[in-house]
Design a protein around this ligand. Structure first.
Ligand code: SAM
Ligand code: SF4
Length: 335
């Protein structure tokens, strides 16, 4: 039996948040996230759902209180609800405070009811435009109406939705005020995200990059934004929008370093643990997971990994080489 000891990194940050990318595959091909023709991780390297559940349970035993499933698109992984149901057991015991999901919404119509039934209370839904033609252009393969139906189903099932929008110069910067009114009108918070230089894509990131300081100044011409201390466990800084009564979050990995309060690590579907989204260093947990039925080896490997968690990331969009700062795609570590 492993003692329930917490995970503290060399900078004194306690790790209480785990993001699990349950698959790197997706039914969309968002232009800032993936190339159209992607090579995915070999299926033989994937952890089974049982192995993922065991890994998550060890992390929960070690002090993880919030767990987010992401991807790729988490809801396209076969039998994903089996994992959700297993993990929901930790909600019932109180070991886990929150189980959430980041999704593109394409499968929500099908799964919203079951997610709510498993104790999922809120989901992050990624949406970059309300215009169905633009939606198709940015996701390449997505259908806006299907996502809209998913959103309706989620709200009917009682799930709270937060809209995540990647701010893209020349694509949605003019539309964000309308999206904000729309989201707040439906009782949904919204977060805007700067594009991060991760993985080779078919587009040029320096063309897409829109600093959120610029977006905020633009929004302040129409809205009264007041900084508030609201936190959801993530890196967003929130403002309250007086005109709509809703909250707007800013995630600014490039213009503002959010690392000092980082409480998270990220696990991939092959059992690789990334201690920082913006660094290449990683630890393999699959080997210790499979090497024995007990969890001692695994717990030891986790300690060693947490001991290497870096102080912060080095994201920068290199204008000279135009190469990504981190070679893996966001869909591997799941944002
Ligand atoms: N497929 C799900 C979705 O789209 O919500 C979950 C995975 S997706 C990788 C998680 C989040 O990362 C999404 O909100 C997406 O917009 C964002 N994202 C993907 N690539 C990004 C990039 N290069 N920079 C910033 N955000 C990115
Ligand atoms: Fe898929 Fe999400 Fe990446 Fe879009 S952002 S391609 S939905 S993983």
């Amino acid at each position: 039996m492993i003692p329930a000891s917490s995970m503290i990194d060399p900078f004194g940050r306690e790790i209480t948040y785990l993001r699990v990318s349950v698959t790197d595959r997706c039914d969309f091909r968002c232009v800032y996230c993936m190339a159209e023709d992607m090579t995915f991780l070999p299926k033989k390297d994937l952890l089974s759902l049982e192995e993922l559940e065991r890994l998550c349970s060890v992390f929960i035993n070690r002090g993880v209180r919030r767990l987010r499933l992401t991807g790729g698109e988490p809801l396209v992984r076969k039998n994903i609800m089996h994992l959700v149901r297993q993990l929901s057991g930790h909600l019932k015991t109180g070991a886990l405070e929150e189980l959430t999901l980041t999704t593109n919404g394409s499968q929500l119509e099908r799964f919203a009811g079951e997610l709510a039934d498993c104790g999922v209370r809120r989901v992050n839904l990624s949406l970059d435009t309300l215009d169905s033609e633009k939606f198709q252009a940015i996701t390449r393969w997505g259908v806006f109406d299907k996502v809209k139906r998913g959103m309706d189903a989620a709200q009917e099932a009682g799930l709270k939705i937060k809209i995540n929008t990647v701010a893209l110069k020349g694509f949605n910067d003019q539309e964000i005020p309308e999206m904000l009114r729309w989201a707040h009108g439906r009782g949904m918070d919204m977060t805007v995200i700067e594009t991060m230089p991760m993985g080779e894509i078919d587009a040029d990131r320096t063309d897409q990059y829109l600093p959120l300081s610029q977006l905020r100044a633009q929004l302040e011409q129409q809205f009264t934004l007041t900084d508030i201390p609201y936190k959801t466990g993530g890196p967003a800084r929130y403002v309250e929008v007086a005109e709509t009564g809703g909250r707007l979050g800013f995630i600014t990995p490039l213009t503002h370093n959010f690392c000092e309060s980082c409480n998270r690590v990220r696990l991939t579907c092959t059992g690789t643990l990334y201690m920082c989204l913006g660094q290449e260093d990683a630890a393999d947990l699959r080997e210790p997971l499979r090497a024995s039925e007990g969890n001692e080896l695994l717990s030891h490997a986790i300690d060693e990994a947490i001991g290497r968690k870096p102080k912060g990331h080095d994201f920068v969009i290199d204008r000279k080489t135009r190469r990504p700062a981190v070679s893996r795609h966001m869909s591997v570590t799941g944002g």
